[in-house]
Design a protein around this ligand. Sequence first.
Ligand code: SF4
Ligand code: SF4
Length: 479
Amino acid sequence: MTVSRYAYRSYKPEAGGSPDFFAKSIATLEGVSAIWFLERRHLINSKSPRMPPDTLHRLMGLYAEEAERCIRCGFCNSVCPTTLTSIGFKPSKTSRGRLVLLQSALQSGWPDPLSKNFKELIDLCIGCTRCVDVCPAGIPIPTVMSAYRAAYIGKRGVGSLDRPERVIANFEGFVRGLSRMNGWLRHLILTKPTLYLFKRLAGFADDALLPLPEGGVLDEVFRREALKSGLRVYAFFADTYARYVRPSIAVSARYLLNQAGIDLFLPPQRDSGILYWELGMWEKVKELARLNVESLHREAVKGRRIVCTSPASTMMLREVYPRILDEEKSREVAESVVDINELIHDFVHLGRISADLSRERCVTHSTCLSQHLRLTSLIADTLETLNVNVDKVLLDCCGSGGLWGMLEKNRALSREIGERLVRKLGTSGLVVSYSETCALQISSLTGRRVEAKLPHEALYSWILQPKARTPPANISPAS
Ligand code: SF4
Ligand code: SF4
C-alpha cells in the first residue's frame, strides 16, 4: 500500500479515521510531490474535497483503476506533443504530471478535481494517442483523461463547459445547418466579417481555418446516383466531415473504389461522436454509438465491409464504441470496419487499382491517428508501389488535436507544436496527410502555401482527375 493510500484511509470517516491535517498532507504530498512543491500550490484551494475520492472512483469507473496503475516512468512524456513544448518544464503540464495529479485526486481528493485549474491541466491532453503505444503499463491515457472529463461533467453538468467547449459540442448541428442552406445564403453568411465575428464570439483563433461546408449534402449526392451494377457493395460511414463539410471526400473515395470493383452505399447514420468523446460527454457518445451500431450492424451481417475515410471514424468504430457499449453488436461492427487506406493498399497490391504515377511528387505527413492505426507504412507503401516520388515521411504532430488547436485559448501552444512540422514541410508543394483537421492546420500554419490532401484524394486526382484539383460534390460518375 502506498503512503498516500495508508494516509487517506487513516482519515477516511467510514474507516473510523478523522481528517487530520497530517494524514491529508501526506496523501497529497506523495501524490503530487514535485508538482505541488514546485509550482501549483493554488491547485489546493479549498478545505474539504468537493469531489471525494469515492465519488471520483465511481464516476470514472474502471478508468480510475487504469489511472492508478501508472508507475510514473515518464515514457509518455517523451512522445506527448503538448509536453514537448516550452510549458513542458512544469511537471504538472506533462503527460506523467496529469496521471500523478489524477492518482492523487483518486487517493486523497486533492488536488480538487472539480477545480478549474485541475480541469485546465487535464485539458492539455489533446487525445492524440501517441502515448498509448509507449506506456509500459498499457494505460489508455486519452481515454482516462476523457473519463475524468466525463466525471467532471457528471458532477457539474454540461452547463459547466466554457463557451468554446459549448460551441464545439454544437458544431455538428452548426455545419449540418450551413450545408443545407441555399448556396448564396451560405456564401452571404460565410463572408470575412461574419466569420471574424463568429470566431471572436465562439472563442476560435482569427488565423484558424475552420471546417466549414463546401456545399452539398452527401446523402443527396449518393441518392442521385444509383449503385452501379456489377460492383460489389460496401457500406460507407461518412461521419460529419464527409457528410456535411466536404462531401467531395466521399465522392472521390467512391470513384476510386469503383476502379477496384467496389461501390459504396450510405446507410442511415449519425455523427461518430468524436468531439463529444474529447469533451467527456459520454452519455451523448453512447447515444450516437447505439444508433450507428444498430444501423451498421445490419450491413455487417450482410457481409458488407464498413468503409471509413477519416481516422477519427475508424478509431471510434473500432476502439471506442466496443469499449463504451461493451456488447456483441458493437464488436461485430468493429470487425467489419476497414479504413480506406487499408482497402486501397490491398487493391493496389492485387492490381485492382493501378497507375504509373512517376510524374507525381509529394511529402507524406503521418498524423497522430495514422500512427495509432498503423497506417503510416501502408500509405507509404501504396504510394511507392504506384511510383509516386515521396520526398520525405514526416511524423511530427501538427498541433491541431481536432478542433482543440483552433481555439484561441490553445492557439499559441498549438502553433508551437506545429512549428517543427512546418519547418520540415518547406514553403510549397503537396503534402499527403491523413486527417481532415491536420490538413486544415497545415494550410493555415503555412499560409496556404502548402497544399494538403488526404491520401485517397491525392490518388483520385492523380489517377482519375489529373487536371482537376479536387472533385466538386456534384461531380458526374467516371465512365
Ligand atoms: S508511460 Fe504510462 S506508466 Fe509511464 S508515466 Fe506515462 S502513463 Fe504512467
Ligand atoms: S494522448 Fe497525446 S496529448 Fe494526451 S497525454 Fe497522450 S501523447 Fe499527450
